[in-house]
Ligand binder design. Structure first.
Ligand SMILES: Cc1ncc(C[n+]2csc(CCOP(=O)(O)OP(=O)(O)O)c2C)c(N)n1
Ligand SMILES: [Mg+2]
Length: 216
């Protein structure tokens, strides 16, 4: 646009990408990787409702283990693991990356403000509880978000100058069941009988994340 004279050369343009998890983890990932690699100046915000929502909540690369989606309908739910998109961004050494959630608005605001002051590829990854896709009453959105943080399922952190800093450390950590039980997409793990195997798998992975962090 500058070359064509459609904007003046010194115009301050902020490029903001707003995208879902299906696009960020799958459809658009290679293009995004190329943009980070080239050091382009953009703020990339992913609102992550853990599935291809617009087309009917099919499983995406962000769908957590055990969740029921339109394409993972069996007794065990989704067999895969949620992709570590924050880690994928971190591996590119971006200018900044952070995870946020709407139920922690001060943490969210601080990180977005920080991202806005920097230049280069910057990533904000928002877990976005989704009443339709996750099957819960919209009035519980803040509570579901708070439980994602309290149980350690959604770590709040940022990547600055090659280092990862956690901005909240849930202590004591609530059992993941408290979070899972709020959502219809996990009902099959509790009814007609408890699926101890999958529940243990989910808890173990969350425990492993925080234990590794505490040992470093
Ligand atoms: C390249 C491409 N493939 C498929 C689609 C069809 N499509 C439109 S919306 C959508 C779901 C996107 O999911 P996500 O990025 O997670 O956003 P959400 O709808 O969950 O907010 C898909 C697959 C598309 N628009 N473009
Ligand atoms: Mg989505």
């Amino acid at each position: 646009m500058k070359q064509d004279g459609r904007i003046v050369a010194d115009e301050d343009l902020d490029v903001v990408v707003l995208t879902g998890d299906g696009s960020a983890n799958g459809i658009g990932l290679s293009a995004t990787s190329g943009a980070i690699e080239r050091g382009l100046d953009f703020l990339y915000i992913c609102y992550d409702n853990e599935g291809y929502g617009n087309t009917g909540q099919q499983a995406s690369g962000a769908t957590p283990h055990g969740a029921r989606t339109a394409t993972t309908t069996g007794a065990e739910g989704s067999p895969g693991e949620k992709k570590d998109l924050f880690g994928i961004w971190g591996a590119h050494r971006p200018a900044y990356a952070a995870t946020v959630i709407g139920s922690e608005p001060l943490d969210l605001a601080r990180k977005v403000e920080k991202a806005a002051t920097l230049r280069g590829p910057r990533f904000i990854h928002a877990l976005a509880p989704c009443p339709t896709g996750w099957d819960y009453d919209p009035k519980d959105t803040v509570e579901v978000g708070k439980l994602a943080v309290k149980t350690g399922v959604w770590p709040l952190k940022e990547y600055v100058d090659g280092e990862i800093l956690h901005t909240r450390r849930p202590h004591p950590r609530a059992p993941v069941e408290e979070y899972l039980k709020t959502q219809g997409r996990f009902t099959h793990l509790f009814e007609p009988e408890r699926n101890e195997q999958v529940l243990d798998d989910i808890q173990r992975r969350v425990d492993a994340y925080w234990q590794e962090l505490e040992s470093t």
